[in-house]
Design a protein around this ligand. Structure first.
Ligand code: DOR
Ligand code: ZN
Length: 343
């Protein structure tokens, strides 16, 4: 049996680092393994201007542990007031790598997101023109749409119209959770990619709801039926260049997760690589792990893959149940299965 598996150093194409004490507590768990990450802008207040992104990037760089080599790839939070010229200037100076679309109210700190999509048409035109990609949180927020259908409805009502109106816009469907999204990506080979999280490859909605409610498995988009998880596994392990890793590692303190109205998010940064190695090996696809974590993402974003490597060793890894932060403990995602690879 293979005892080591070496891949190019991975990147995380969707990550929440937060700010302040939480940033300093969680960042080392990413920078240990990952060379780069697309940084989500949903702070309070959100990262909406180039000046916000520059200041946040500098706070992240100041928090990188000594000896780690980590590059934050910054994003701007798209609002109905976003100025196309500010976005273009931020892109031209190499400050931002993408713009993030949150439908207003879709998830954590998304109140300033977009409600009327016609109001962002000019920004999207500019982005298409300069080749700046759009990352999408793909859920409608219409209260009449069942939460398990929100991704599928988003594709029809929002995403497909945007892509028809802006055919040159490069779009990343982030943290996809349904076979509908997998099918939509497969049917569209121009300017469309998708990220898949670690946790959505492992859990379905039963893990959250059957046998007692498990708040630490609650995230958005919420995990769906088993058939959808299997479609995500098939996409991730296929080697298809349109699918790549975006962990959506989203730390919240236990106090905030375990409220009567608890926060959405799974903290997967510490054990993502160990879990992915297990998942890919289970599916007989360890040879495709590198494509998913280290090659497909850079290719989509037009960046070179990392030069360094990461070696996984066949050894039972140890992870704490939670990490301590000055704000309180943050529970580490439990894949509820034995792991056999240490990164
Ligand atoms: O589960 C999630 N947590 N999904 C999101 O879209 C946001 C994230 C967060 O910021 O906590
Ligand atoms: Zn996210």
């Amino acid at each position: 049996m293979t005892q080591t598996h070496t891949i190019r150093r991975p990147d995380d194409w969707h990550l929440h680092l937060r700010d302040g004490d939480m940033l300093r507590a969680v960042l080392p768990h990413t920078s240990r393994h990952f060379a780069r990450a697309i940084i989500m802008p949903n702070l309070v207040p959100p990262v909406v201007t180039a000046a916000d992104a520059r200041a946040y990037r500098d706070r992240i760089l100041a928090a990188v542990p000594k000896g780690d080599d980590f590059t934050p790839l910054m994003t701007l939070y798209l609002t109905e007031d976003t100025d196309p010229a500010d976005v273009a200037a931020a892109h031209a100076e190499g400050l931002i790598t993408a713009v993030k679309l949150y439908p207003a109210g879709a998830t954590t700190n998304s109140a300033s997101g977009v409600a009327d999509f016609t109001k962002v048409a000019k920004v999207l035109d500019k982005m298409a023109q300069i080749g700046l990609p759009l990352c999408t949180h793909g859920e409608v927020t219409d209260a009449s749409v069942d939460i398990f259908d929100r991704e599928e409805v988003f594709i029809d009502r929002v995403l497909d119209p945007i892509r028809r109106q802006h055919p040159d816009l490069r779009v990343i469907m982030e943290h996809i959770t349904t076979s509908n999204a997998v099918d939509y990506v497969r049917a569209n080979d121009k300017n469309l990619g998708a990220t898949i999280t670690t946790h959505h490859l492992v859990i379905n909605r039963n893990h959250i709801l059957a046998g007692g409610i498990k708040p630490h498995y609650y995230c958005l988009p919420v995990a769906k039926r088993e058939e959808h998880r299997l479609a995500l596994r098939a996409a991730a392990t296929s080697g298809d260049a349109r699918f790549f890793l975006g962990t959506d590692s989203a730390p919240h303190t236990d106090e905030n997760k375990l409220l009567p109205c608890g926060c959405a998010g799974c903290f997967t940064a510490p054990n993502t690589m160990a879990i992915l190695a297990e998942v890919f090996e289970q599916d007989g696809a360890l040879e495709q792990l590198e494509a998913f974590t280290s090659l497909n993402g850079p290719a989509f974003y037009g960046l070179p893959p990392n030069g360094e490597t990461l070696t996984l060793v066949r050894e039972t890894p140890q992870f704490p149940a939670h990490i301590d932060t000055p704000d309180g403990p943050v529970t580490v995602f439990d894949p509820a299965m034995p792991l056999h690879w240490t990164a």
